[in-house]
Design a protein around this ligand. Structure first.
Ligand code: ZN
Length: 287
């Protein structure tokens, strides 16, 4: 038995065998901010004028698509200077080693996930993912609460929001287009899969639950004009892109100042429903 909030690895096999089915054509979201991820996992590229800044590198099996996407936008993957990670799970750092080799980029990971990589690498979830040929990378820099990472014209503010993993990082940065500066923000990870009771029983990481709610409160009042997602479902990346293509005359659907709070409310509600189901015993399923 497993909690229905844990991933069913079997249902993800298609993704590993046929990554090309998850291809998304890269596109510009706003200003110098671009989407280079796939249908499942987000990856975001900022052209800072002094090199490229990349947030997350998706799965190892989608590394080639990510590199192709960067080329298609007219950039050279060799120009990546900084790679930031939302957290230390395999679906967000799968192409990091390869991209570092290509570009010499400096890699950043939340301080507590740097410790996790060293002391509890099983929590990076590389095992049993269908991609067991790779392990955690060695981060160059640890990100701490309040840090600001600056490259060229871009400064990214770091806020720690632990829970989904100990070292989850949320990002906030200003992006300009035609003289209009907007704030883009991303919560770095809010999946219940590592906070449900069967996972906690197995991995002894029960502290994550209290920290998760504290993290949601911490960023709730942030002003976010453009909400980004490290999974495309969070901000409906693919649907918004389709809307952009079909309605080029309409306002940019990625600009939605109410979305941040709506998303955080949704996540909190999902967490509360999970606790309720655990109390009732209706959270367990058989594979
Ligand atoms: Zn994760």
């Amino acid at each position: 038995m497993r909690s229905k909030y844990e991933f069913n690895i079997k249902s993800r096999e298609d993704f590993y065998r046929h990554p090309e089915r998850y291809r998304v054509e890269p596109f510009r979201i706003y200003g110098n901010l671009y989407f280079v991820g796939n249908k499942s996992v987000g990856a975001h590229l900022i052209d800072t004028g002094e090199g490229l800044l990349l947030i997350d590198t998706t799965y190892p099996t989608t590394a080639a698509m990510l590199i192709q996407s960067i080329w298609e936008l007219g950039f050279n993957p060799g120009d990546i200077r900084c790679i930031l990670h939302t957290h230390g799970h395999f679906d967000h750092f799968g192409a990091t080693d390869l991209l570092k080799e290509l570009s010499g980029a400096k890699t950043y990971l939340g301080e507590r996930d740097v410790v996790m990589f060293r002391e509890r690498p099983e929590l990076a979830l590389t095992e049993g993912s269908g991609c067991q040929y790779f392990g955690p990378f060695v981060p160059d820099e640890a990100m701490r609460d309040g840090d600001v990472i600056t490259l060229g014209n871009t400064s990214v503010r770091i806020v720690t929001t632990p829970g989904h993993s100990d070292g989850v990082i949320s990002f906030f940065t200003e992006i300009e287009e035609d003289g209009v500066r907007l704030t883009a923000g991303m919560h770095g990870g809010a999946g219940m899969n590592t906070m449900c009771r069967t996972f906690i029983d197995r991995y002894k990481n029960g502290h994550c639950r209290k920290e998760f709610l504290e993290g949601l409160n911490k960023v709730y009042e942030e002003r976010v004009d453009i909400m980004l997602g490290n999974h495309t479902g969070h901000n409906r990346t693919v649907e918004k892109r389709r809307f952009m293509l079909e309605h080029p005359e309409e306002p940019n659907p990625f600009i939605d100042p109410g979305e941040w709070k709506r998303y955080l409310d949704f996540v909190r509600n999902r967490y509360e429903v999970m606790l309720q189901e655990e109390a009732e015993g209706t959270d367990l399923v058989e594979d």
